[in-house]
Design a binder for this molecule. Structure first.
Ligand code: ZN
Ligand code: ZN
Length: 241
């Protein structure tokens, strides 16, 4: 049954959020279809633009991947967990809503409508891709080549789709087949640690692969048999309310 076994504050917030933030006509399946359907079509369209890619041009793929990993890390560490002027919506949606809907003791969603609290809203996706990808595409196309520009956008889209699949998988019920994949369980444990309110402003800002967390020494791997909820020595890390 919905809400059973959840910490009281989470159960209360979920009901409030569903009443206040999820429009009556919201359909989680349409949200999934937009994210993965439109995202995959856009990715294929980018790949179809490639023509006789030179060996050096393929370097755009790993470089964009690293750039996306850094963007994921910085975007999550700063505007999503610290209030910045002009980016209040991002902070409110993430720290104020996503982290109250799910915490380390309540990671799985209850039903398809809860996807609203997990997936990026379509308008925000279009806005961010327009704001960040379009100017870089123009710049790379002018300065380097069309192939590099298309590989940049294709890799960025692929990274985004991978991010959405993984983050969704971390918030699925434990017995879901996707949640039981080895990689999802390993990476999902890091994300669960990040959802501990005492950890969220300090650790595990990479939601996909913890490359930047390793580089910037913010990776925290709690042993799986000893969740951070039980680690009394960590109380000093409480973020400000
Ligand atoms: Zn999450
Ligand atoms: Zn977070």
């Amino acid at each position: 049954m919905r809400g059973v076994g959840l910490p009281e504050a989470v159960a209360r917030f979920r009901e409030e959020y569903r009443d206040r933030e999820i429009p009556a006509g919201y359909d989680g399946r349409l949200h999934l279809a937009f994210t993965f359907g439109v995202g995959s079509i856009a990715l294929v369209l980018c790949l179809l633009q490639l023509q006789a890619v030179l060996p050096l041009e393929w370097l755009a793929v790993p470089l964009t991947w690293l750039y996306a990993n850094l963007a994921e890390y910085l975007g999550h560490r700063f505007p999503m967990h610290r209030p910045f002027r002009g980016l209040g919506l991002v902070y409110r949606r993430h720290a104020g809503q996503h982290h109250r809907f799910f915490n380390h003791q309540a990671m799985p969603l209850d039903d398809l409508r809860d996807l609203r609290a997990v997936l990026f809203p379509p308008l925000l996706v279009i806005f961010f891709f327009g704001l960040f990808a379009l100017p870089v595409w123009v710049g790379l196309s002018l300065l380097l080549s069309d192939n590099v520009a298309w590989l940049f956008v294709a890799t960025g889209l692929g990274y985004f789709l991978n991010y959405e699949i993984l983050h969704l998988a971390y918030h699925l019920p434990d017995d879901h087949w996707l949640a039981q994949r080895w990689l999802v369980r390993k990476l999902g444990w890091l994300h669960r640690t990040h959802h501990d309110p005492r950890r969220m402003a300090h650790n595990n800002f990479n939601i996909t692969y913890p490359v930047c967390d390793l580089l910037f020494s913010t990776l925290r791997r709690d042993p799986e048999d000893k969740p951070s909820a039980d680690a009394g020595d960590n109380a000093r890390d409480n973020p400000p309310a």
